[in-house]
Design a protein around this ligand. Structure first.
Ligand code: MN3
Length: 193
């Protein structure tokens, strides 16, 4: 399978002033593209992987019969590829609120405000590089948690719904060490909640 970089559904400037155009451009066309290229290079070595979608590869990561170095690359690069796909898709210049999701958030977290507060705390306290996730677990419940590096909730059997990239490359040009300002700005750019 030839994986593709999904087209960014808006221009590089579209998320200004929350996310600056230069950061979006470098993050999408360099970082995200590189995860994809490196993922594809490993997938191309194994005919059995070429039959699978990227989601299937990450979901079945623990069962894959590949050498250790390639396994690590599939986890890191495949995760990087899929995580960023979701990151871009759930942001936008205009709100497109997912009303069903909002209802579920209120049921599972008490209120949207409480959910945002808990999610923001996870993002603020994440040490090192990683992501904060809103996922749906197999029992249908929503959950939020941190994962390090480019680890994917798919590998845990969870469905990713919303993802905040807290790697420094996601915000350093505009926000430098002020991660909290980036997190606030990201909430403004999220379109589905
Ligand atoms: Mn990133």
């Amino acid at each position: 399978m030839k994986f593709e970089l999904p087209k960014l559904p808006y221009s590089f400037e579209a998320l200004e002033p929350h996310l600056d155009a230069q950061t979006v451009e470098i993050h999408y066309s360099k970082h995200h593209q590189t995860y994809l290229n490196n993922f594809q290079a490993v997938v191309d070595k194994y005919p059995e992987l070429a039959e699978m979608t990227a989601e299937e590869i990450l979901t079945n990561l623990e069962k894959l019969n590949v050498d250790d170095a390639d396994w690590t690359k599939l986890k890191n690069m495949g995760g990087g590829y899929l995580n960023h796909n979701l990151y871009w898709q759930t942001m936008g210049p205009n709100k497109e609120i997912d009303e069903k999701l909002v209802e579920k958030i209120i049921t599972d977290f008490g209120s949207v405000e409480k959910f945002k507060e808990d999610f923001t705390n996870l993002a603020t306290t994440l040490f090192g590089s990683g992501w904060v996730w809103l996922v749906e677990e197999p029992n249908g419940k929503l959950n939020i948690y941190q994962l390090p590096n480019q680890d994917s909730p798919l590998t845990l059997g969870h469905k990713p719904i919303l993802a905040l990239d807290v790697w420094e490359h996601a915000y350093y040009l505009k926000y430098q060490n002020k991660r909290a300002d980036y997190i606030n700005a990201w909430w403004q750019a999220v379109k589905i909640i």
